[in-house]
Design a protein around this ligand. Structure first.
Ligand code: NAI
Ligand code: MG
Length: 358
């Protein structure tokens, strides 16, 4: 009997359905050539779900995610919902999904693909050989802390959020980063703002204490402002970067730019049990939606992460990644990566090339 996995697909909004169609085609091909099968359950989430049900994350979608072996998300969001209150917008569906699935660990690999060395705005000698992993805490910190809100008193308006972590929340994300460091080069840099913030001092204390369990890991600490600078000055100094929710959001977008396009970068969000969520780091790109212009590679590489990390199908994951490398090496590019001497393709045609390379 062939192994079968249940995958919940969330195509979402904007370019989401276009890039999801490409990923699905490739997943079908790679699963049948590697002797397993994928059973999809397509569910509405984000703006499409708001249109259909009034809610960005309907209960039926959440249940389908909870019972799946893995969840693959394209992107959600559209300017048409900007006037809705925050908790009714597409983005709150995503925050709700991450928190309902307990996805506290966000992994964002940034690896320079040799064929794209000149696609970055940074100099070749700065980014050559970069291969790092940002480990971002995803369900705590200032995005979730309470109290939060906006109050009016004596003619002034005051708004506030709370940056807070429990020691065990820090420990579980630190453990993910230490384990990754062991499996990679052994270097781990924890990023905080311990010179100013109490919550960062606790972060640093917990991470430092855990280092005793990992004698093979070379741990360093860096303040977030310096880390932002070092990422563009000399990114090769980093292997695993561990950080909290807000700092990780900012630093991982900055790190993404080392690779040339946000359309190239996948991510995985994991909990301590249950299915992981795999998605490109970019959004729904409303400016190019429905024009067959989107780069599907971040989506395809997210599907590869799903195969490797979520389903332990390592060979199939590598096959997808190799197809991406080959198509780029052959000079095919979507508009976001276009440079002289290359052949420009739309999203669908890029999907066909990837399938052929596979
Ligand atoms: P975005 O990532 O959607 O777009 C930023 C820029 O990158 C745009 O110029 C876009 O055309 C380009 N781009 C993004 N992905 C691309 C791809 N695959 N191929 C080619 N070009 C690509 O970020 P933006 O514009 O800030 O947000 C748009 C919407 O997406 C908003 O509603 C936002 O809330 C949502 N969003 C959703 C995320 C998610 O689903 N995880 C993450 C970030 C934003
Ligand atoms: Mg972001």
């Amino acid at each position: 009997m062939t192994t079968s996995y249940r995958i919940t697909l969330l195509p979402g909004d904007g370019i989401g359905p276009e890039i999801m169609a490409v990923a699905r085609q490739l997943l079908d091909a790679v699963s049948s050539s590697h002797g397993f099968s994928l059973v999809y359950d397509v569910q509405p989430m984000g703006g499409v779900a708001i249109d259909a049900t009034g809610e960005p994350l309907p209960n039926s979608t959440l249940e389908a995610c909870k019972t799946a072996d893995a969840v693959l998300l394209a992107a959600i969001g559209s300017p048409q919902y900007d006037s809705l209150p925050r908790e009714q917008r597409p983005e709150s569906g995503l925050l709700g999904l991450r928190s309902a699935l307990g996805l506290f660990a966000n992994l964002r690999p940034v690896k320079i693909i040799p064929a794209l060395i000149d696609a970055s705005t940074l100099k070749r000698e700065v980014i050559e050989g970069v291969d790092l992993m940002v480990v971002r805490e995803l369900t705590g910190g200032v995005y979730f802390g309470t109290p939060k809100g906006r109050v009016e008193a004596e003619g002034r308006v005051r708004a506030f959020n709370t940056m807070a972590y429990f020691d065990d929340e820090i420990d579980r994300i630190a453990k993910v980063a230490f384990e990754l460091a062991v499996a990679r080069s052994g270097r781990l840099c924890s990023v905080d703002k311990a010179n100013v913030l109490d919550v960062s001092q606790l972060w640093r204390d917990q991470v430092t204490a855990m280092a005793a369990d990992y004698p093979a890991v070379e741990l360093s600490h860096m303040y977030v402002d310096n880390a932002a600078m070092q990422l563009v000055r000399n990114p090769r100094q980093f292997d695993v970067l561990l950080t909290s929710n807000l700092f990780g959001d900012i630093l991982s977008d900055e790190a993404a730019m080392l690779s040339g396009s946000i359309g190239m970068l996948p991510s995985a969000s994991l909990g301590s049990s249950g299915p992981g969520l795999f998605e490109p780091i970019h959004g729904s790109a409303p400016d190019i939606a429905r024009q067959d212009k989107a780069n599907p590679m971040a989506m395809v590489l997210s599907a590869a992460m799903m195969l490797r990390v979520g389903l332990q199908q390592d060979a199939a994951a590598t096959a997808l990644e190799t197809a991406v490398d080959r198509v780029l090496a052959a000079g095919y590019r979507t508009g976001d990566l276009m440079s002289e001497g290359c052949t420009q393709l739309g999203c669908r045609a890029m999907g066909e090339q990837l399938l052929a390379a596979l």
